[in-house]
Design a protein around this ligand. Structure first.
Ligand code: 13P
Ligand code: SF4
Length: 348
């Protein structure tokens, strides 16, 4: 039964004590968050991985790129485990290293040595290493603005991987015009510019989050008509038009803090992952909180980690086996850490 499984997880957690650490991303299921030793957005979880030196086993309840990041930031005798190897991220899969190296070559032909690469942490370790060895850095949704500002102190232009929406929304907020941005299409292998090519300051990789792209301007218009007192807050992985039409936009952390500080009785439509929206609604019964998309937007890969997978990984540890260990090779770790460290060193 579910209760028996939960009891067993508690027992194992007690048995392993400080040797075990379970970080949980805010998009995880309630049944998993219940057992997380810490919850956070991707920046907070990366920071925690860096500071936790006690845990021998880090059972990462999140997606593959987050577990890779944790492995890069922890020491050799700490094991990072992802309870289900299929918990990937469709956005991270939209930029592979061969495509990125090819794009880089083409962009260098066009713009010379004037570009700095920045990658959203939602990317493979190989892409982080690529940014590390080319003087670039990682960013998260919580520090994207600060990191883009930093990038422009280093070079004239930047290549933003792999989420075009976070890149476009952040650059626009900083005063960069749409016709100063271009999109690199890794499938067509071409640069699509809105304005003159010499004017380009930001090159956006043509990737997106399939969860956040499900929020539309139509939903916002509908809500404005039917519920004019509702405030609309969305994650910057949503499209430019959605972010412009919403009242507020910001990272997972920003959304949580805004709802926490909202007035009792206020009404909020949120454009982000469903598990987080439902949890916020439960935690704030004095406020009216719902998803901007009434058909709901679960991240299917985040949802792959459930009670059964968590219990199974823990039982395997007790049996002396690791399922599934996430290990990033030494060279990639070295270069990837350069990119991560340039981010962690800067205030967001
Ligand atoms: P943050 O945790 O940085 O807000 O990222 C959202 C996300 O899509 C995680 O996969
Ligand atoms: Fe990836 Fe989007 Fe899921 Fe985040 S919500 S893990 S970006 S697919």
């Amino acid at each position: 039964s579910i209760e028996a499984k939960k009891e067993r997880i508690k027992e194992i957690k007690q048995q392993l004590g400080n040797r075990l650490f379970i970080p949980g991303h805010h998009y995880q299921r309630d049944e998993v968050i219940e057992f997380a030793d810490a919850t956070g957005d991707s920046l907070q979880l990366a920071q925690l991985s860096k500071t936790n030196r006690d845990a021998e086993y880090i059972v990462f309840c999140g997606v593959h790129f987050m577990a890779e990041t944790a492995d890069m930031l922890t020491t050799d005798n700490q094991h990072v485990i992802l309870p289900d190897l299929k918990a990937g991220c469709s956005m991270a899969d939209m930029a592979d290293i061969a495509q990125t190296e090819h794009a880089w070559g083409e962009l260098q032909k066009q713009f010379g040595d004037t570009i700095l690469p920045l990658t959203y942490v939602n990317s493979t370790a190989a892409i982080k290493a690529f940014c590390g060895r080319n003087d670039g850095a990682t960013v998260t949704s919580s520090n994207a603005k600060a990191m883009v500002q930093w990038a422009f102190t280093q070079k004239q232009r930047l290549l933003f991987l792999p989420d075009q929406h976070l890149g476009r929304n952040t650059a626009y907020d900083l005063g960069i015009k749409l016709d100063e941005m271009a999109v690199w299409d890794p499938i067509a292998r071409e640069l699509v510019c809105e304005g003159p090519i010499e004017q380009v300051k930001v090159i956006l990789w043509k990737g997106h989050c399939s969860v956040h792209e499900k929020f539309t301007v139509g939903q916002i218009e509908e809500l404005r008509k039917n519920s004019p007192n509702t405030t609309i807050i969305v994650h910057p992985e949503c499209t430019f038009d959605v972010v412009q039409a919403a009242d507020l936009n910001g990272s997972t952390h920003y959304i949580i803090e805004t709802i926490k500080n909202a007035r009792p009785g206020s009404s909020w439509a949120i454009g982000t992952e469903m598990n987080l929206v439902n949890r916020l609604a439960q935690q704030h019964p004095d406020k009216n909180i719902f998803s901007l998309n009434s058909t709901m937007c679960p991240c299917l890969t985040m949802n792959r980690i459930d009670l059964d997978h968590l219990l199974w990984s823990l039982e395997e540890i007790i049996e002396g086996r690791l399922h599934f260990p996430i290990t990033v090779d030494e060279q990639t770790t070295l270069e990837g850490n350069l990119a991560l460290q340039r981010m962690l060193d800067r205030p967001s």
